[in-house]
Ligand binder design. Structure first.
Ligand SMILES: NC(=O)c1ccc[n+]([C@@H]2O[C@H](COP(=O)([O-])OP(=O)(O)OC[C@H]3O[C@@H](n4cnc5c(N)ncnc54)[C@H](OP(=O)(O)O)[C@@H]3O)[C@@H](O)[C@H]2O)c1
Length: 290
């Protein structure tokens, strides 16, 4: 674990976590507070958000501000600016997502566009809002939470995987441009992680297909990983510990090796790996990120 004093000096005094009230986002909030940062926690559902904000405040003794807002709102930049204009935000984590599952032609256009707004437009809006001040100060950190799914197309996750690819490539550019100004930017290509959304998906998996963790094939290793999800805290610590160590981070080394092997394949084979990974599911989950 990186030294909390230097973490706070580099990325304090305030963190903004976009998508903060559940699962991985809740862990990002706790872990930032545990490292001594005050936290602005943003999510839509005000009641749960207030509850988790109180939990973070009580556990870590930092200041916490709960901001109930919708990241699909095209005016979200103004909303966040108004709520944070008296604060020095040194760490920004973009965690929320919209992940409509289903064949592209079956998913309604308004849902696809919601996904594009939350996964693509709003990270641009909020980086545009927060990065200039970080660069002017000569310090800060930005984490865009992507997915191992963002490195190839896949059946059933058209706009989601494309949006995760957008966050990945945006983070690489920001890393290259802002690094020399002292601002650490990274994406974390998250693998299976036991958030409420993932737990609903995990219930649909066929375990008999997922018992070959030592296979040389990326599909077998990716399937085994489905049955052995990260904890949200593992993901949060991985981003914070590795921020400043390169543009693309993983929460487990095995995710990096699965992705390296998949990216080395011809594209049709990479897409096929992800198709078969989706087909590890026996039915549609009851819950989806939306
Ligand atoms: N879990 C996995 O296995 C996994 C795998 C790969 C990548 N990831 C990535 O990890 C990140 C977290 O995903 P997760 O599903 O695990 O979610 P999560 O961190 O458990 O929770 C999502 C948070 O975002 C908030 N949120 C969602 N939509 C929002 C909106 N429109 N405006 C404001 N807040 C919003 C939710 O609260 P409200 O609903 O109250 O707004 C909640 O606090 C995502 O970027 C995802 O792509 C996850």
């Amino acid at each position: 674990v990186s030294n909390p004093v230097s973490f706070k000096a580099k990325y304090g005094p305030w963190a903004l976590i976009a998508g903060a009230s559940m699962g991985i986002g809740r862990a990002f909030s706790h872990s930032a507070a545990a490292r001594g940062l005050n936290v602005v926690m943003l999510a839509r559902g005000a009641e749960l958000l207030e509850e988790i904000a109180a939990e973070v405040r009580a556990e870590h003794g930092v200041e916490v501000r709960a901001l109930a807002a919708d990241l699909a709102d095209p005016h979200i930049g103004d909303v966040v600016a108004a709520a944070t204009d008296d604060l020095e935000v040194g760490l920004f984590v973009y965690n929320a997502t919209v992940a409509p599952a289903g064949r592209f032609i079956d998913v309604p256009l308004d849902v696809q566009l919601l996904s594009v707004a939350v996964n693509c437009a709003t990270p641009v809006i909020l980086c545009n809002l927060l990065a200039p001040a970080m660069a002017a100060r000569g310090r800060g950190g930005i984490g865009l939470v992507s997915s191992t799914g963002g490195t190839q197309g896949s059946i059933n996750f058209g706009t989601y995987n494309a949006g995760k690819a957008f966050e990945w490539i945006l983070a690489e550019t920001l890393w290259a441009e802002l690094g020399p100004a002292g601002v650490d930017v990274a994406t974390i290509l998250v693998g299976p992680t036991s958030s409420p959304n993932y737990n609903a998906f995990k219930d649909t998996l066929d375990p008999a297909l997922c018992n070959k963790p030592d296979s040389p094939l990326p599909l077998d290793r990716a399937r085994a990983r489905l049955m052995d999800p990260s904890t949200p805290q593992e993901v949060a610590e991985a981003l914070y510990d590795q921020l400043g160590q390169g543009p693309v981070l993983f929460s487990r080394p095995t995710d990096g090796s699965i992705i390296a092997d998949t990216l080395a394949l011809p594209r049709e084979e990479a897409v096929a790996v992800w198709r078969e990974l989706q087909e590890t599911s026996t039915h549609v989950p009851e819950r989806q990120a939306r």
